[in-house]
Every structure is written in structure tokens, then in C-alpha cells.
Design a protein around this ligand. Structure first.
Ligand code: ADE
Length: 234
């Protein structure tokens, strides 16, 4: 079968430009989500808005595996930076993802560990990470590209305290709300995945103000990267 790539964004704004860019052949609805199947830059893709949070993202990823037999899951969107060196507009590519709000510490599990699973971090595909990094340095030369851990959870991070806790516990580069759920689904289904996030805010007390202002710019960087990346996937 031909290579099939699933591209998930949590919000309509995060997938709208991709949908405008691609040639849509078919739109199919499952679980209230519209799966847009077609060609992006010559590659077979399904682009979908999952909705916000880990549960929506996990459901969406599983549907892409079951109904569209995707080989690759790409999660694109915005995120809050957890590192002073990573600025608004910069891109973070996941090497792995963790569920920052998973907490069974009373039983001795480290924070973030899903109890009884054989992994703490849900890894990204190394080859995809490398390709994404190279492509981004070419198509978005005016911003910086970082690779590292993405911390996902069902909280928008908008205080120094919450931000510091995530940095201390997980040494993550950015905080968002879906990536680890998609990486978790990819892990269970043995498909490859990568999370690509453009920084929209600093996950601190300014986050609520910065986020809407920088969201658009961040999304444009992502679209450039994702559109060129899919062409490189073989
Ligand atoms: N997505 C974008 N910014 C975020 C933040 N500060 N926390 C969680 N998700 C985000």
C-alpha cells in the first residue's frame, strides 16, 4: 500500500492553511472530526482537527490508524516555550513526549509515568526528527530549530510556578496539550510519529496575552515546515 501520512492539529487555525494548500479528495467524519484526505505536496495525507486535549488527540490518532492505515503521524500546532533560549516563533521538534499530568507517584512511579507501561517517554521517529530539523533550517532560516522533549497535559500553562515544575520534572522544551497522546497512540500501534510545535508564548504570566498575538505567525512557520517535510517522507 502507498505511504499514508496523518497530520493532526488541535485547533482549526492549526490545520486551516494546510487544508487550503492540499488537494482534498474526500472528507469523512468520525467521532465528530472531519478527516480531509488528499494530496499535499504530492504525498497522500489525511489532515484533521482533533480538538483540544489528550483525549481528543488520542481518539483522533487511533482513527487515523484504524480507518486510514496511516504509517506516519505528524502533530502540528503551537506550544508554550519552557526555555529562555527558545523564543516565540521558534520551532520545537519532539525527540520524545511525556504526559506531564500523569501522576501515580503515591505508588512510587515517577511523575509522568503511565503506570504499568514499559516506557516513560513516547519516542518520535529519529529519521523524521532529523528530516524535520533539516527541512526547517531550509524553509524557515530566520528562526531557530530545537529538538527535545515535549510535555503534554490537559492544562494551559500560564504561570512561572507551573512552568518551573514541568522544567524540573521533565526537562522538556515546550508545553502543549496533545502531542504525548498522539505519540502514545503511535507507540501502541507501532507507527512512526513526530510532534512539530511553533512557539506562541512563554508559558508564563504573559502567555494568555502573547498566545493570540503570535499564534498566526507560529502557524505559518509550521505550515511551511510540514508541507516540505511530507515531500521528504519515503
Ligand atoms: N499551547 C500553546 N501555548 C501553551 C501553553 N502555554 N500551555 C499549554 N498549551 C499551549
Amino acid at each position: 500500500h502507498r505511504l499514508m501520512i496523518g497530520i493532526i492539529g488541535a485547533m482549526e487555525a492549526e490545520v486551516a492553511i494546510l487544508k487550503e494548500t492540499m488537494e482534498i479528495e474526500e472528507v469523512v467524519e468520525y467521532a465528530g472530526m472531519n478527516f480531509c484526505k488528499g494530496l499535499l505536496n504530492g504525498k497522500e495525507v489525511v489532515v484533521v482537527r482533533s480538538g483540544i486535549g489528550k483525549v481528543n488527540a488520542g481518539i483522533c490518532a487511533q482513527i487515523l490508524v484504524d480507518k486510514f492505515q496511516v504509517d506516519v503521524l505528524i502533530n502540528t500546532g503551537v506550544a508554550g516555550s519552557l526555555d529562555a533560549a527558545i523564543d516565540i516563533g521558534d520551532i520545537v521538534i519532539s525527540t520524545a513526549a511525556v504526559q506531564r499530568d500523569m501522576d501515580a507517584a503515591v505508588f512510587g512511579d515517577p511523575l509522568g509515568q503511565v503506570p504499568q507501561m514499559d516506557t516513560f517517554l513516547f519516542p518520535a521517529d529519529e529519521c523524521l526528527v532529523q528530516k524535520a530539523k533539516e527541512v526547517n533550517e531550509t524553509v524557515n532560516p530566520d528562526i531557530h530549530t530545537f529538538t527535545g522533549i515535549v510535555a503534554s497535559g490537559d492544562q494551559f500553562i500560564a504561570s512561572k510556578e507551573a512552568k518551573d515544575r514541568i522544567v524540573t520534572n521533565f526537562h522538556a522544551l515546550c508545553a502543549e496539550m496533545e502531542g504525548a497522546a498522539i505519540a502514545h497512540a503511535a507507540y501502541l500501534n507501532k507507527v512512526s510519529c513526530v510532534i512539530i510545535r511553533a512557539i506562541s508564548d512563554k508559558a508564563d504570566n504573559s502567555a494568555v496575552m502573547d498566545y493570540p498575538e503570535f499564534e498566526k505567525r507560529a502557524i505559518k512557520q509550521n505550515v511551511r515546515l510540514v508541507t516540505e517535510l511530507v515531500a521528504e517522507i519515503v
